[in-house]
Write a protein that binds this ligand. Structure first.
Ligand SMILES: [Mg+2]
Length: 127
């Protein structure tokens, strides 16, 4: 199952990597370089899944997540954290995030998590 994906990361290299990896698999990949930009994109066109970096200048991933959840509480989010950011992981899980990868991540691991996450929420509109 593929769909619309929103990638949020302040690092261009990460955005580019994820764009290439997931476009190749048939996802329609939108990119945002900040939390603010992510909110604008979500409002315009709600994605089926969000890949969210936690550490970003300005609005960080947690703050962006809170705002996105206000707009669409059911959108699945996979977060990207740095090693040792356990408090951030715990906070994000309280907001309903189930999956995360630790940077530097293995792209295949992330592919697997995205598939798993989309599979679990495949019927979210119906539930
Ligand atoms: Mg970052």
């Amino acid at each position: 199952m593929t769909g619309r994906m929103l990638v949020v990361d302040d690092q261009m290299g990460v955005r580019r990597l994820l764009f290439e990896a997931f476009s190749e698999e048939g996802y329609i990949v939108e990119l945002a370089g900040s939390g603010q930009e992510a909110l604008e994109k979500v409002r315009k066109m709600p994605p089926d899944i969000v890949l969210m970096d936690m550490k970003m200048p300005g609005m960080n991933g947690l703050e962006a997540l809170r705002e996105i959840k206000k707009f669409d509480n059911t959108v699945p989010v996979v977060m990207m954290t740095a090693y040792g950011e356990l408090e951030i992981v715990a906070e994000a899980m309280k907001l309903g995030v189930k999956e995360y990868v630790t940077k530097p991540f293995d792209i295949n691991e992330l592919r697997g998590l995205v598939k798993k996450t989309l599979g679990e929420v495949g019927n979210r509109q119906v539930v």
